[in-house]
Ligand binder design. Structure first.
Ligand code: MOS
Length: 707
């Protein structure tokens, strides 16, 4: 669909199919692993088969005799990298990606070598033939809430610990107290398109064609790691088949650059589906404790949320599950803390709604339990605990539309007729129940640059180093640019995914589209003004560049978040343990919605992941081998078509104030609270609280039903 009005156009807010949709479905769109290069060599990663120890020897000589084999890189011969720097967004480098730098094996599936050959088949065959000998050491992969080596540290989502008020005194004075422990398992993003990179040196410049969430991010990390002038590194990433937090700098890009450097020819490294399970990062399991104290009317006097997650011995990454309590509810005594324990496992990383996804399962289950104890409707309980200002920050909210989400959601879901008593409704062998939960996710903007060009043929080209990881960002920016230029969308071409376009926010933290749209709007509006004053466009076009650094810094300091109200109806067969989600509804307040078509896909995609998280997903680590059982998409269960019923998502009007675009970002909010809504519905169906995810048939069977 394109807008064809003359004069002012209004593309933003109108459903628009993906501008690259035809290219994708016809195969014309090329992904990083399939772009042709002359003289291309192929690298195949060899991963450790032991969980902890040292590499004693790498049998490279035998493998170098095999057909087509060009090189075997390992800790004894690979180029060195530098890890002493501060990267994008102030992030310290993740030593997980510093492959082949030492003989230590910190987890099962650690890269110990890269075999490079003329063809990918030759590389694979040689990689599988490579004999690596290890000195094995005892490992510990067992995560539990009582691990003696758990500790607290500052995490990526802010301080690890917040606290005000006397928790024990408020709990003692509360009419109703809830104290419960919740757990979530190790989960994997495992994008449809596996990680893939091709690296080559071209006239003293390092070129990397990759699949990632921000080419400037990857270029900056590679420049730092290999001590290169940032201007001499170019990374491109045109189409990305999913990222979900996993597509930052990872072993494949680093290994490809090493091999291209050693061999002086283009080298491609593609991860296999199984390799993703140890190299792409994952979501840590969590053990969480929530203590709530309320007066007889359900007003919170005490809130404590602690979250323990797990990281590797290589990198400190916190799954900050306790963060969501800092936004949703206040109490005179309010304490949150995130702790972590280092085990012999792969490094976890950002995974869609890092922190909020597991954190909201615990907190929003606990709120439901408190509502039950207080005899108050769970939506009413939340309404009574709406904070005036940020519970921890004390800052005002830019908007706070959570009650509006619940009002609209309750109306459309039919909540008013709900009998709160559990275990009463039957449909044949099924027990039926409904549940709800709140969602929030941070919103904000980061500095970005963009360029808008008026071409001599009357079209416009916008260049911004955005990343479209499947979200529809390229299309959203086309709509935003068209409106800012005052032209139909079919006259606008948006080019993204090239670090040479200049600095821009990554696709992360649900802040990509707002940050990019702000820069695009600024450049496009100025171009429009410039054109109004000029007569004619020269052959080379007219280009205006924007940089939102100062404008973003001037954005008022407030609590900026998206919100949502999640609703689910489930059917539970307690004799087989089967749980089916029958319908879901999510109503969101997530800023200005740019493209309703792709926005709906983002919301429902998150909600479906919530079904998956509630009922299916669980990576199981064998404590003897330290590796995963079933590290593939047969062994690791995700919700598929038959698991997904009618899932509806809609939104309330909620433009965020303070910038010209009013966007909040929608990439992560859809999963937040979704698993809790389902777990709360399972309680309503059966009368049993399931505090450990996933709610597997054996757990349902063991717990039975209590009407
Ligand atoms: Mo996201 S987990 O910030 O890609």
């Amino acid at each position: 669909m394109t807008t064809t009005t003359t004069g002012t156009t209004k593309a933003v807010g109108t459903a628009h199919t993906r501008v690259e949709g035809r290219d994708k479905v016809t195969g014309a769109a090329r992904y990083a692993g399939e772009i042709p290069f002359a003289e291309l060599a192929h690298g195949w990663l060899v991963l450790s088969t032991v969980t902890r120890g040292r590499v004693r020897s790498v049998g490279a000589a035998a493998v170098l005799e095999m057909p087509g084999v060009l090189a075997v890189l390992h800790h004894g011969n690979a180029p060195r990298v530098d890890l002493d720097y501060v990267g994008v967004l102030g992030m310290r480098p993740d030593p997980t990606v510093a492959v082949f730098q030492h003989d230590r094996v910190p987890h099962a599936g650690w890269p110990v070598a890269l075999v490079v050959a003329e063809t990918s088949e030759q590389a694979r065959e040689a990689a599988e033939a490579l004999v690596v000998r290890y000195e094995e050491e005892p490992h510990d992969v067992t995560f539990s809430g009582e691990h003696p080596e758990a500790y607290t540290l500052p995490g990526p989502a802010g301080p690890a610990v917040t606290g005000k008020g006397d928790l024990e005194a408020e709990l003692a004075a509360s009419a109703v107290v809830l104290d419960a422990e919740y757990s979530t398992p190790e989960e994997h993003h495992n994008s449809m398109e596996p990680h893939a990179a091709t690296a080559l040196w071209d006239g003293g410049r390092l070129e990397v064609v990759d699949s990632n969430q921000g080419t400037g991010w990857i270029a900056g990390e590679l420049a730092n790691l290999f001590s290169l002038d940032p201007a001499s590194v170019r990374v491109r990433s045109e189409h990305v088949g999913g990222g979900f937090g996993s597509k930052g700098v990872r072993a494949h890009q680093v290994a490809a650059v090493m091999a291209a450097t050693v061999l002086s020819r283009p080298v491609r490294v593609v991860m296999t589906r199984r390799q993703l399970f140890s190299l792409a990062g994952h979501r840590s399991p969590t053990t969480q404790r929530v203590r709530l104290g309320a007066d007889a009317e359900g007003r919170l006097r005490a809130l404590e949320h602690t979250c323990l997650s797990r990281t590797s011995t290589v990198h400190e990454f916190i799954e900050s599950g306790a963060g969501v309590a800092r936004v949703l509810y206040d109490a005179p005594a309010h304490h949150t803390s995130n702790r972590v324990v280092r085990l012999d496992v792969p490094s976890p990383t950002f995974m869609r709604a890092p922190g909020e996804a597991p954190g909201s399962f615990a907190l929003e289950s606990a709120l439901d339990e408190l509502a039950e104890k207080c005899g108050i409707d769970p939506i009413e309980l939340r309404a009574r605990n709406e904070p005036e200002v940020g519970p921890v920050s004390g800052l005002p909210f830019s908007t706070r539309s959570l009650p509006a989400c619940f009002r609209e959601g309750a109306r459309r879901f039919g909540w008013a007729d709900r009998d709160p008593r559990p275990g009463l409704r039957r449909d044949g062998r099924w027990l039926l129940g409904t549940g709800t939960a709140a969602a929030s996710f941070g919103a904000g903007a980061m500095a970005s640059t963009a360029a808008a060009t008026a071409e001599a043929d009357g079209t416009f080209t916008v260049r911004i180093n955005a990343a479209d990881i499947g979200t529809g960002a390229r299309t959203a920016l086309t709509l935003v640019a068209a409106d800012a230029l005052g032209v139909p969308t079919d006259r606008v071409r948006v080019r993204i995914g090239d670090s040479d376009f200049g600095p821009a926010m990554i696709a992360g933290g649900s802040m990509g589209t707002r940050s990019w749209a702000w820069a695009v709007t600024t450049a496009a509006e100025e171009l429009r003004e410039r054109l109004a004053l000029s007569d004619g466009i020269p052959p080379e076009g007219v280009t205006v560049r924007s940089d939102t650094t100062a404008a973003v810094e001037a954005l008022a300091q407030t609590e900026r978040h998206s919100y949502g109200a999640q609703f689910a109806e489930v059917a539970v067969d307690v004799t087989t343990g089967e749980v089916r989600v029958r319908r879901m509804l999510g109503i969101f307040a997530a800023g200005r919605i740019v493209n309703p078509l792709t926005a709906r896909g983002q919301f429902t995609g998150g909600m479906i992941w919530g079904i998956s998280m509630a009922l299916h997903e669980e990576a199981v680590r064998d404590r003897n081998t330290g590796a995963l059982y079933g590290a593939d998409l047969a062994g690791y269960h995700v919700a598929t078509n038959a698991d997904v019923p009618l899932v509806e998502a809609d939104w309330v009007d909620d433009p965020d104030p303070g910038d010209p675009v009013g966007i909040k970002g929608i990439g992560e909010i859809g999963i937040v609270g979704a698993a809790a809504a389902i777990a709360n519905a399972v309680w309503h169906a059966t009368g049993v609280r399931h505090r450990s995810l996933p709610i597997r048939p054996d757990r349902v069977l063991a717990a039975g039903a209590h009407a």
